[in-house]
Ligand binder design. Structure first.
Ligand SMILES: [Zn+2]
Ligand SMILES: [Zn+2]
Length: 1012
């Protein structure tokens, strides 16, 4: 009864479609089976190594880190084969990373292969197990070639040494297997190598085999019945108990005992890489990173006591955590960007740090905004802080290149993303594997809400009840499993050692790109330096706008020095006049702005944090707005919360408030509170949350808080935290929003022009931006073949549309028009044709957009183009005629401009309908402001935005735009359904009742028609 056994060969779902359990599920089962340790050996990867390592330690199990490598064939063994490696120590771990990286990078994507020769010199600290039936030794025996088996075994012994190789025995009750085990054991004795039993586990319990089969079917993209040859023929590949293994290997007790010996040998003390922090080369030479950091900060330190105190405190924490180099590294990148004139903003929790502010990493003074440093970094937390940098989207690549050059290609890598199964992809893949009819799969994927209930009958779909039950169970089980790897948008890791000795690298889907095998959470848990270098189109627009201001007005605007109380900014906000501004332009934002009426940057930060899908769904927005308007009293669940929630009127808005509440009410230390926040934001297990809850309630009780109140407050924190913004992040975003509003108010032509050049960005299409510019007194002029450049430009205080807006022209065509243009300009249509040789269709578009209006009517020019018999790649002849054509009407011109540029410079399309519309009592958006609540009105406009969010229970929201502004429509689910087709039309006429509330005006639609 006291058999002892450790599973050394075990696959999780991170073997990517060849393992049917999460690492945690395997650990739980190992625990239940009383194993003191467990190995994780996924195929060619250490994706789950960190996660597995930490989860095992948490459960008191010894984690063994390893992988099953795929070897490529050679003279000694022609086919691909498997080899199992386990790391004895960190050196072995590093070698394993290196070997997997080689296999991954030299194989084709998804087919990693390593040659045996490449392992030479990289086997220290590694133990090899000879592997499954696909291992060279077993496969040779199965092929009836014991001499080759011996040779293969000796090759391994030469590589790993006599202490480093175990002959692996597996027993899955297949025919002929007992004989194989006998032969392997004999070979082990003959070569004096130890043997070890494993079960090559692919799932935790026997039931898992069904899911395993489905995964294999998905991997081969075949329905189950067609992939028999790839499936295990029975369900023996689960984590077996020591006694089950003992009876299977009764004849080889040492094979069982040796599993414990291997487990005892493979004890990696830690998998933490904080010592991999690098310092930028320029700083590292003469003094310590801590001193260098202190010096840099002091050059910008304001001479106040508060500043001195905060700096001392932060430097001390940074010293304790050993992170000075990290700050210097980020500082170095920001410095590079600034020197090159690349817009950069630091955000994320970094903005909580005064040091980051002094280094110029962030633009928001945390002292002024009462930000909490502990949210960013605390001495207790073992996790790395995060600093996100947003760059001008066009120039981010320069910064990434700089990082590669500065630290070396082999020390820098992009973080990956695990693409995991969601409900829809699970339905599709499982459905296909089970052989469901494609129509049924399509329908099921699109109508999840319909068949969610238990008693739903699948038989009309042609599905048997038993298939249906199985399908549902498998879909549920597969959710969250990784399917393949993606690339993270901007996460980079930088290490002191070559990166491929810290974490395996592999090819990204994008050709030429390489990613590490960890996502951002794993990288963070491993203590790696992680930088998020993100691109933000708004920063490109700001950058361009500042350049245009300098060029046209000779003024240099320093956004870091803008006063933060410009009344023009707040006037725009309270009127919801925000189209084109960062973060505050959406319909939901606009509707809240007129109620909240931000008066300062702090208010704006709340607005930015609050008006987002999460908080809106969480029901926190309404109380805040009502309290802000004085419609309900400010209320605190407990007096302890007052100092924390005062600034947000008793509502939890920021992550920092979660942390503070955990501290003041639950008695958490700063570090503990931050752990809680992390656990919450990563959606950790119910079990883990239950521990935090108990801890919180206990702490609250000690502070005299009734249990019921403590429970309620904790519930609010948990509900909030998964989507909460940290305050520093919100303040940083608010500052960028402020900057855009300031530019929009003071330099509208330059600002709108920059927005047009950086589309798509934000919420509205270019035509809405142009309409808005016009309403703010900015003239917009059409494309002109002799004036325009590729982008839009500011010309005499007006915006001149650029060639890029011409449909089909593309960047190349736009450049050709500019480059072929002679000094004095093109002379006529023939000249344009001759010099550019652009395709005829493109020239027509250029004419229709008004690009050649200086040479005659658009219709006449189109006619002339036809008469020329112009072909872009042939010589052509011109045949004159005397046909006179009617010029296009204004309406025709507008319609043509819309069709070829998507915008209209001259005017708004609605102008053409206005007379007709007034006759039937349609009001303009300007008049709507004076309409009474409940009044029946008719309105019309071009559709600016259409939304039917899944969270809105079938409601649809449409924003129309006319010459004078925006009109907000609300459609109840039945109205939205009734007019489903009409809703897709570009021009709409609506009738309904006016709803008014605190400045926001909506039309509740009853009838809808296409305006045409
Ligand atoms: Zn294998
Ligand atoms: Zn295996």
């Amino acid at each position: 009864m006291n058999e002892r056994y450790v599973e050394l060969h075990c696959h999780s779902c991170f073997s990517l479609l060849d393992g049917a359990a999460t690492p945690e599920a395997l650990l739980e089962q190992a625990l239940a089976l009383d194993m003191p340790a467990l190995a994780l050996t996924d195929h060619n990867g250490l994706y789950a190594a960190i996660r597995f390592y930490l989860a095992a330690k948490e459960r008191g199990l010894a984690p063994l880190v390893g992988a099953e490598l795929t070897l490529q064939g050679d003279e000694s063994f022609p086919a691909d084969s498997h080899l199992l490696l386990l790391a004895e120590n960190k050196r072995g771990y590093r070698n394993l990373c290196w070997l997997i990286s080689r296999a991954q990078l030299q194989g084709s994507k998804g087919r990693p292969r390593l040659s045996l020769q490449q392992m030479a010199g990289r086997t220290a600290g590694l133990i090899a197990l000879t592997g499954c039936r696909r291992g060279r030794v077993a496969a040779s025996l199965l092929a009836g070639d014991p001499r080759r088996a011996l040779a293969c075994l000796q090759a391994l012994k030469a590589l790993f040494g006599p202490q480093g190789v175990y002959v692996e025995l597996q027993q899955h009750l297949h025919a002929g297997e007992a004989a194989l085990v006998e032969q392997l054991a004999a070979l082990a004795r003959a070569t004096r190598l130890p043997m070890v039993a494993t079960n090559n586990a692919h799932y935790a319990r026997r039931e898992g085999s069904r899911l395993q089969d489905v995964l294999v079917a998905i991997r081969h993209n075949l329905p189950l019945p067609d992939c028999r040859p790839y499936l295990y023929s029975n369900s023996e590949y689960y984590l077996k108990s020591p006694s089950e293994m003992a009876s299977l290997f009764a004849a080889y007790p040492e094979a069982l005992a040796n599993t414990l010996e291997v487990a005892a040998r493979c004890q990696i003390k830690d998998l933490h890489f904080r010592d991999e922090i690098v310092c930028p080369p320029s700083v590292a030479t003469d003094c310590s990173a801590d001193d260098a950091l202190a010096q840099l900060c002091r050059t910008r330190l304001p001479p106040t006591q508060a500043a001195e105190q905060q700096l001392r405190h932060e430097l001390q924490v940074i010293r304790q955590t050993g992170l000075a180099s990290y700050f210097l590294l980020v500082w170095d990148i920001v410095r590079f960007a600034r020197e090159r004139g690349i817009q950069v903003r630091g955000r994320g929790s970094a903005a909580n740090s005064f040091v980051a502010y002094l280094l110029g990493i962030t633009g928001v003074d945390p002292l002024r905004h009462n930000l909490l440093f502990e949210r960013f970094l605390s001495a207790e937390a073992r996790v790395m802080p995060d600093i996100d940098l947003d760059f001008c989207s066009r120039r981010r690549e320069e910064v990434i290149q700089y990082v590669y050059e500065r630290y070396g290609e082999s020390h820098v890598g992009m973080v990956c993303n695990y693409i995991t199964y969601c409900a829809r992809s699970a339905i599709r893949d499982v459905g296909k594997a089970l052989g469901l009819p494609p129509e049924a799969i399509g329908w099921l994927a699109n109508n999840q809400e319909v068949w969610g209930g238990e008693d739903w009958d699948p038989q009309p779909l042609g599905l048997a009840l038993s298939t249906w039950a199985q399908f549902r169970a498998l879909c549920a089980a597969i959710q969250g499993f990784p399917r393949h790897l993606g690339i993270h948008v901007g996460g980079m890791c930088i290490t002191r050692s070559p990166l491929d000795e810290v974490v395996p690298l592999e090819r990204a889907t994008m050709p030429g790109r390489v990613v590490i095998q960890w996502d951002k959470d794993n990288a963070e848990d491993a203590g790696l330096i992680k930088l998020d270098l993100l691109s933000l189109r708004t920063l490109s627009a700001i950058d361009e706008c500042l350049g245009a201001i300098k060029e046209t007005h000779g003024q240099v605007v320093d956004l870091d020095r803008l006063p933060l109380d410009d009344p023009l900014v707040y006037q725009q906000l309270e009127k919801a006049d925000t189209i084109g501004a960062f973060q505050v332009e959406s319909r939901a934002q606009q509707q809240a702005l007129v109620k909240v009426r931000p008066r300062n940057l702090a208010d704006l930060a709340v607005e930015v944090a609050l008006i987002r899908p999460g908080p809106l769904q969480g029901g926190m927005v309404h109380p805040y707005i009502r309290r802000r308007q004085g419609l309900e009293p400010v209320h605190y669940d407990h007096p302890l919360l007052e100092p924390v929630l005062k600034e947000t009127l008793g509502v939890v808005v920021f992550q920092e408030q979660c942390i503070r509440i955990a501290m003041v009410m639950g008695g958490f230390s700063a570090g503990e509170a931050d752990m809680l926040r992390r656990a919450m934001s990563r959606h950790r297990s119910g079990e883990e949350m239950a521990r935090f809850r108990a801890r919180f309630v206990e702490g609250a009780l000690a502070r005299g808080v009734p249990v019921a109140v403590a429970e309620e407050v904790f519930g609010k924190l948990a509900g909030f935290s998964s989507y909460g913004f940290c305050k520093s992040h919100a303040v940083a975003f608010a500052k960028t929003a402020y900057d855009t509003l300031w530019l929009r108010a003071h330099y509208p032509a330059e600002y709108y022009c920059a927005v047009l050049n950086n589309e798509p960005m934000g919420f509205y299409a270019p035509r809405v931006i142009i309409g808005d510019a016009r309403r703010h007194g900015v003239r917009v002029m059409p494309v002109r073949v002799n004036r325009s450049l590729a982008p839009c430009t500011v010309e005499g205080g007006a915006i001149r549309l650029g060639f890029r807006y011409i449909d089909g022209l593309g960047e190349a065509g736009a450049q050709r028009l500019v480059e072929a243009r002679p000094q004095g300009g093109y002379r006529d249509l023939v000249d344009v044709c001759r010099r550019t040789r652009l395709a005829r269709r493109l020239l027509e578009n250029l004419i229709l957009a008004g690009g050649m209006d200086e040479w005659g009517g658009r219709r006449a020019l189109i006619w002339e183009l036809g008469r020329l018999h112009y072909e872009e790649d042939l010589p052509w002849t011109s045949v004159p005629d005397d046909i006179a054509l009617e010029p296009m009407t204004y309406g025709e011109e507008l319609a043509a401009e819309y069709s070829v540029t998507g915008v209209s410079a001259q005017g708004h399309l609605l102008e053409l309908y206005r007379e007709r519309l007034s006759r039937v009592g349609v009001r303009g958006s300007g008049e709507l402001k004076d309409a009474m609540a409940g009044e029946r009105v008719r309105v019309a406009g071009m559709v600016a935005v259409r939304q039917r969010p899944p969270t809105a229970k079938g409601f649809a929201f449409v924003t129309l735009e006319d010459e004078a502004g925006l009109i907000n429509l609300i459609l109840t689910p039945d109205v939205a359904d009734r007019y489903r087709r009409v809703l897709d039309e570009p021009l709409l006429l609506a009738e309904g009742r006016v709803e008014r509330g605190d400045g926001a005006v909506n039309v509740q639609v009853e009838k809808l028609a296409h305006l045409g």
